[in-house]
Design a protein around this ligand. Structure first.
Ligand code: AMP
Ligand code: ZN
Ligand code: FE
Ligand code: FE
Length: 280
C-alpha cells in the first residue's frame, strides 16, 4: 500500500474558497487524498455538508482561526478535530465573524473615498450564503467592477495588510485561541507562520508562548514558505518540541494553491490523531 496522502488545510464557500464543501471533498478524491481537513475562516458552517460527502476519505473537521497579537500582528491558527459545541470557542468565532461586517464597511468606505467606486451591495453579490465575510469577497467585487483583473491584483495593489485601505477586525490573542482549541479537545497548528509577504510575521517569543499554551505543530510545508523559511521553521519546531505539518491551503479558483500540493507526514498525522480528544 502506498503512503496515505494527508492535506490538513482547505477552504470552501463557507468562507472565501470558491468550491462548496461537497466539491472540496470531490476535489480531494480527485487528488487521491486519503485524509482532508476543511478549515474555513472562523466557522464550522461547512462541516455537515463536507462530512456527508466525504465517502472514501477520512474527513477532519477544522477551522482557521483569525488571531491578533498584542502588537497588532494578524496570524492564523488551525484548530483540527475540536468539539463544535464548545461554547467559549464558538462564541469567540461568532464575535470575529460579526465584527467582519463593520470592518468590511470601513474598507469599502476607504476605497470609495479614494476614488475606487465600490459598494457593499457589490460585495454582497460575491458572498455565498452564510459565508464568513472576507477580503477575498471584496477582491471579487473589485474584479467584477473592472477595477482590477484578479483577486491577486486586488490584494497586491489595494487590500494587503499594509495598505492604507486595510482595516482589521476583532480577533482573539494567539495563545488564547490555542487554549480554547485544546479545551475543546482539538489540536492546534500555527498556519503558514513564515508567510512574510502577507505582512509582519511573529517572533520566536510569541511562538514559545503559544507552545506553552499547548500548540501542537507548525505548518512548515506551505506554498508561501521558501526553502530557507522551511528549514528555519523546522529548526524552531525541533527546538520547541513541536510537530511539523504540510498542507495546501486550497481555495478553489480563488488562489493558485492546488489541493494536495503540500502534505503532512503520515507519522505526524498519527500523532496528531492520538492528541485529538474529540473527533466527529
Ligand atoms: P481576511 O480574513 O478577510 O483578512 O482575508 C484574508 C484572506 O485573504 C486569507 O484567507 C487569504 O487566503 C486571502 N488572501 C490573502 N492574500 C491573497 C492573495 N494575494 N490572493 C488571494 N487571496 C489572498
Ligand atoms: Zn482564505
Ligand atoms: Fe491563512
Ligand atoms: Fe487558509
Amino acid at each position: 500500500m502506498s503512503s496515505p496522502r494527508i492535506d490538513l488545510h482547505t477552504h470552501s464557500t463557507a468562507s472565501d474558497g470558491t468550491r462548496t464543501p461537497a466539491e472540496v471533498m470531490q476535489d480531494a478524491r480527485d487528488a487521491r487524498l486519503d485524509v482532508v481537513a476543511l478549515t474555513d475562516h472562523d466557522t464550522v458552517a461547512g462541516w455537515v455538508e463536507a462530512r456527508a460527502n466525504s465517502e472514501g476519505l477520512f474527513f477532519v473537521p477544522g477551522a482557521e482561526i483569525s488571531c491578533k497579537t498584542s502588537d497588532g500582528i494578524s496570524l492564523h491558527i488551525l484548530g483540527l478535530g475540536f468539539d463544535a459545541t464548545n461554547a467559549e470557542l464558538m462564541q469567540t468565532l461568532a464575535l470575529t465573524r460579526d465584527d467582519r461586517l463593520p470592518r468590511m464597511e470601513k474598507m469599502v468606505q476607504n476605497l470609495s473615498d479614494a476614488g475606487y467606486a465600490i459598494t457593499m451591495e457589490q460585495v454582497w453579490q460575491q458572498v455565498p450564503e452564510g459565508a464568513t465575510l472576507g477580503r477575498p469577497h471584496l477582491a471579487d467585487a473589485l474584479v467584477a467592477a473592472g477595477t482590477v483583473s484578479t483577486r491577486d491584483e486586488a490584494f497586491s495593489r489595494l487590500l494587503h495588510n499594509d495598505s492604507p485601505f486595510y482595516v482589521g477586525h476583532i480577533a482573539p490573542l494567539p495563545h488564547q485561541a490555542v487554549q480554547m482549541i485544546k479545551a475543546a479537545g482539538g489540536v492546534a497548528v500555527f498556519a503558514h507562520p513564515g508567510a512574510s509577504k502577507r505582512g509582519a510575521t511573529v517572533e520566536r517569543d510569541e511562538i514559545a508562548q503559544m507552545t506553552e499554551s499547548g500548540l501542537d505543530a507548525l505548518e512548515v510545508d506551505h506554498r508561501d514558505h521558501d526553502p530557507e523559511t522551511r528549514e528555519r521553521l523546522k529548526a524552531l519546531a525541533s527546538e520547541l518540541g513541536l510537530l511539523c505539518t504540510g498542507a495546501s491551503d486550497y481555495h478553489g479558483a480563488g488562489k493558485l494553491n492546488e489541493i494536495g500540493e503540500n502534505l503532512t507526514d503520515p507519522m505526524v498525522w498519527e500523532e496528531l490523531q492520538r492528541r485529538m480528544q474529540w473527533i466527529q
